[in-house]
Design a protein around this ligand. Sequence first.
Ligand SMILES: [Ca+2]
Length: 327
Amino acid sequence: MNTKLESMHWGATATMGPATVRGRLLVFGLSMLLAVGLSVDSIAEVPGVYDAFSDFSFVSNPTPDGVWSYGYTLGLQGTLNLYTTKDTEFSLSIWERPGVRDPNVIKNETGAPILVFGEILFPTSDFLHFHPGNGELSVIRWTAPTSGCYGLEASFKSLRIGGQNTTTDVHILTSSVPQAPPIFSGLINSNQDALDFTGAIEVSAGDFVDFVVGMGSNGNPQYDSTGVRAVFTPFGGAQVQIEAVISDVQQLVNQGGLDPGQANALTAKLQAALQKLNQGKVIPGINQLQAFMNQVNALITAGVLTNAQGELLIAAAEAIINRLLIC
Ligand SMILES: [Ca+2]
């Protein structure tokens, strides 16, 4: 057993506790794919999506694109002190302070699960590990590269699968509302406990969102290995625009252009798009909008909708897709 870990209290055992090119170039590429009707489901790197796990950098802190940084504070809203030291114990990629294991931010970059001390499971996807110190909060910071609206999906989860329970407090803070209470706070009090946050967040370029872990209700950082997943997906005002198209469809019913069944079939796709976007899932939302456009085209072909009526709906859906891709 590793003595460094034993002495560092990161929570284990009975002895202690291309640089990704983002933005318009890739947006353009995606638009081209859409234009020729190819599925975009298979695109691994969705433009403008920021994922704490897949974007993790062991090259520099902050990451080379400046979006993610890893550090600690001495209290909620406190000044962020960046971790300056790297270690690779257990084949893990560890950001920490010189000679001090906790607090930290850690990724398993090996592609295979890593089980430490038979108790802490470092997964191969989704969850970075972070751990509080004795009073220090560990922080993963996302700095907004551009202004706009983002869907945020976040989860906190105890990474311990045995032994003593994880007891941590977890938070999401944003600088876009200075000194405001966290937009999310919760307590993890047992192994494999998980807490989820899904919502939309509006930011100006340079604003940050912090994912924070503290030592929890027992005031002790031992056994406090906590996983965090955070995915930002850009969208901008699309929900409001989709609601407007739903109203347009209803208006066509009122005018006698559509029967209620046809309208329901169209509205169902728009509602599904809304649901996906509210979950921060842009590409599935776009797929629903494309299904809506296909159905409108079929209704034009069948003579149910006039060209003018149909093209209005299609233009509205296209505008929403463009906005989703550019925001
Ligand atoms: Ca604790």
